[in-house]
Each structure stands twice: as structure tokens, then as C-alpha cells.
Design a protein around this ligand. Structure first.
Ligand code: PHE
Length: 447
């Protein structure tokens, strides 16, 4: 497993940028606001924050701890834990399932990332009145999807093949500050629009009756696991590149905090924008009386708002979709790192070759999804994010709880943190966390 030449992030900041880059993605800027809009506003935000703290942060710690302890990709890491051959074989199987899931997530994520790139270019075409080009860019067709997901996958592959420090960390350091700046600029603009305060109220004043709704719990847990990139070995492999002297619990808490903070900021940007759109006469409710959410919100309501503001609106639209593209890219590189690290470490391939192999297999899957969109897209999303992430999350908690003993934890965490952590951690991660995830998961299957 670990070798002397194993790559490492340059320090805590580099890790935080990369891991927050992985966490902050379409899940935050698209998923969180649309789920909030579709689930009654502030109540969803409250439940989400509680679940991040109770379930997602411990699951994140479980992955980081395993990654740092084993210093290897998810397959090698899980395949080497426990003393029974059967447990090891099971671990290896779970690891491979994680690699498959990360790759499938990347296959549909590249498609969505491609939509964002196409929408980023559209305002430029609209500005020079190249109307047919602008329409082509924003109309979903297999060709547009294949070309732009190829572009998105190409960018992802180029960054990952440059290496952990020179590629992933370097680009996360460049893109994350840009992302936050663009978001703040847009938010300031949106808050100045008439009608925005209705959205702010919806988000900040939760309706308590919503808090007991079980479907809220299910959506919020899925959203939290997806948003923190859990279960599929991304945080595990990033944890394995963290230098041994950085405090794990604190670093993990920063990543979870940044991820949640940016999701909230995205909510504070997008939901007020919906009501500013309504103020301008744009329809924001569907026939059944619920707020437009999902693709309708991102690709209809918000562009309608932008285009009603004239040329400034075109700039705003370009900034908005650039923001989404950047967020998607810093996440997609972390997904690709999962199969790449596995191929590199287990099969001794060079990084470039590993990227070429994993990249082309995953891109082929994206092409299939683009061609059979109606049959495949929803299925792949549900299978990977709703089922697999929860199941893998449970197994990772169990592995870190039952197969890492006192001396391992002591080694990974250091004396001071170990003492603090050890009071509740073992019981929590062995019993409470897996049970709670399982309960919510089973409930989601029945409902
Ligand atoms: N966390 C990313 C987002 O919010 C998605 C992701 C899932 C990234 C799984 C890596 C692994 O968009």
C-alpha cells in the first residue's frame, strides 16, 4: 500500500481547498436551493443542518480516518482491514463498489457539467445575435450533450492527470476563491432586486409544521451525503493525501462547515432570485401549486429573470453558469481521482494511463446516458446517490468503528484529539450512525 513517493497535499490549506472543492458542487448550488424550494423553505434548512452535524460529519470523519490510516485508495484500504480473509475480501468488494459508484456519478455529473458549460457560452452568442447558436446551446439534444460533456470530462481529465499537488490542489486553490467571489457578487445584486425579500423570508423563517415531515428527513439526508461527497471513496483518498501532522477532526469540521456555508449562501442567492422573477411577472409555480424546482428553476425561471434585465442580465447569466461550471469541475476531479488512484496503486499504471483508461470508460457511459437519457439518467442518479451512497456510508462507518482499534485511532488522531474524540466516537460510529442512516434509508425505500 503506502509508498514513500505517495503524493500529498502541500498542507492543511491545500487539503481544505481540495476537499471543499470536492464537496462544493452542483449539489450545493443547484441541489440544495432546489430541494429547499421544493420542501417548504426554512424547515428543510434546519433539518439539513442537524443531519450534517449528526450523520454526515461523522461519516466524513470515518472516511478521513480510514484514508489517513491506510494511506491508500478505497479498494486497497478496505481490502486490508480486519484479520479474517473473508472480511478483507468483503472490504475489497465494497471498495470496488465504491469505485463503480464514483465512476457512475461522474458519468451523469459530466453530462450536467456540460449543460453548465453550454449555458455559460449562450449569453455571448445572444449578445452578438447569433440566435440559432444560442438556441442550440440551450436545447437538450444528444449531440450537444455529448460534445459538452466531452469538453467537461476533458477538463477534468487534464487536471487529474497533472497530479495531486500540481493538478487537483493547484486548481482547487485557483477556482474556489473565484467561486466564492462570483457568488457574493451575484447575491449582492439579487438582494437589491424587488421581490427578493419574500425569498429571504421563506428561507430564514422556517415553518415549524414542516419539521416533522418524514420525506424532508429523507431528502435532507440524501442531500447531505451527496453534498459532502460521502461513501464513494473521494474523501477517503483525499484524507490519504493529507499530511500526517494536521488535525483530522478540526480539518474535517472546516470542510463540512465550508460546504454547508456555501449551500446556505446558494440558497440565499437562488430563492430570493425566484421571487424577484415573480415580481417581474415570471411564472414560478407549477400547475399543482408547488414552486418550480429542479431543471425548470435553473434553466427556465432564472434565465427568464436574467433576460428581463437586458445586457446586464446576459452578464449575470454568464456569471451564474460559470459559477455552476466551476463548482462542478472541482467536484468532478475528486470523483475521477477515485478510479485513477485505484488503477495507479493497485495495477501500477502511470497516472496518465490511469486517467486515459478511467476517463474513456466513464465518458462512454456518459454517451450512453446522453443517448438513452429518459431511460438512464434518473435511474443512474437514484441508484448511485440515493441507494449506493447511503449503503456505502453505513459500511464505511462500520469499518472504521469495528476494525480500527485504539492503537490505530491513536496513531491517526494524535494523543490530544484521541482523548477528546474517544469518549463518544466508538459507540457513535459503531451503532448510532449506521443505525440512523439505515433507518432513514429503509424509510425512503418504503415511501
Ligand atoms: N459533493 C458534490 C456536489 O455537491 C458531488 C460529489 C458526490 C462529489 C460524490 C464527489 C463524490 O456536487
Amino acid at each position: 500500500m503506502a509508498s514513500a513517493s505517495r503524493p500529498q497535499f502541500s498542507g492543511r490549506l491545500g487539503f481544505v481547498m481540495a476537499a471543499a472543492g470536492s464537496a462544493v458542487g452542483l449539489g450545493n448550488i443547484w441541489g440544495f436551493p432546489t430541494q429547499t424550494a421544493g420542501n417548504g423553505g426554512g424547515a428543510f434548512v434546519v433539518v439539513y443542518c442537524v443531519l450534517v452535524f449528526l450523520l454526515a460529519y461523522p461519516a466524513l470523519m470515518a472516511e478521513l480516518i480510514i484514508g489517513r490510516y491506510r494511506r491508500a485508495n478505497i479498494v486497497t484500504a478496505l481490502g486490508g482491514m480486519g484479520s479474517h480473509a473473508l472480511v478483507r475480501r468483503f472490504g475489497k468488494g465494497v471498495g470496488l463498489y465504491g469505485v463503480l459508484t464514483a465512476s457512475l456519478i461522474l458519468a451523469f455529473y459530466s453530462l450536467v457539467g456540460g449543460w453548465m458549460l453550454a449555458h455559460t457560452l449562450q449569453p455571448a452568442f445572444a449578445l452578438i445575435r447569433a440566435d440559432s447558436g444560442a438556441t442550440w446551446l440551450t436545447t437538450q439534444t444528444p449531440w450537444r450533450d455529448i460534445i459538452f460533456s466531452g469538453l467537461f470530462a476533458g477538463l477534468t481529465a487534464a487536471i487529474v492527470s497533472a497530479g495531486v499537488k500540481q493538478g487537483i490542489e493547484r486548481w482547487a486553490r485557483r477556482l474556489m476563491p473565484l467561486l466564492i467571489t462570483l457568488m457574493l457578487l451575484l447575491a449582492l445584486y439579487v438582494w437589491s432586486l424587488e421581490g427578493a425579500e419574500t425569498g429571504l423570508k421563506m428561507l430564514l423563517l422556517p415553518d415549524p409544521s414542516g419539521l416533522t415531515n418524514p420525506s424532508l428527513l429523507i431528502s435532507a439526508m440524501g442531500q447531505a451525503f451527496f453534498s459532502l461527497s460521502l461513501g464513494v471513496g473521494t474523501m477517503l483518498i483525499y484524507g490519504s493525501y493529507l499530511s500526517p501532522d494536521d488535525s483530522l477532526p478540526a480539518t474535517g469540521a472546516i470542510v463540512a462547515g465550508v460546504d454547508t456555508g456555501i449551500a446556505l449562501l446558494a440558497g440565499l442567492l437562488i430563492i430570493p432570485a425566484i421571487f424577484a422573477a415573480q415580481h417581474l411577472g415570471i411564472v414560478i409555480y407549477g400547475e399543482d401549486g408547488t414552486l418550480h424546482s429542479g431543471p425548470k428553476l435553473i434553466f427556465n425561471t432564472l434565465p427568464a429573470l436574467f433576460s428581463s434585465i437586458g445586457n446586464t442580465g446576459l452578464a449575470l447569466a454568464a456569471i451564474f453558469f460559470a459559477l455552476l461550471s466551476i463548482a462542478a469541475l472541482t467536484s468532478s476531479i475528486s470523483m475521477l481521482e477515485v478510479p485513477v488512484a485505484y488503477l495507479e496503486e493497485s495495477l501500477s499504471l502511470s497516472r496518465k494511463r490511469a486517467v486515459a483508461i478511467a476517463g474513456s470508460v466513464i465518458f462512454s457511459a456518459s454517451i450512453l446516458i446522453a443517448l438513452y437519457f429518459d431511460q438512464l439518467f434518473g435511474f443512474v442518479v437514484t441508484f448511485t446517490t440515493q441507494y449506493n451512497q447511503a449503503i456505502l456510508g453505513i459500511v464505511l462507518c462500520l469499518f472504521s468503528g469495528w476494525l480500527l482499534h485504539r492503537e490505530h485511532l491513536l496513531k491517526v488522531l494524535g494523543k490530544k484529539e484521541y482523548r477528546l474524540f474517544n469518549t463518544i466516537w466508538p459507540v457513535y460510529v459503531r451503532f448510532v450512525c449506521p443505525l440512523l442512516i439505515a433507518l432513514i434509508f429503509v424509510h425512503s425505500l418504503r415511501g
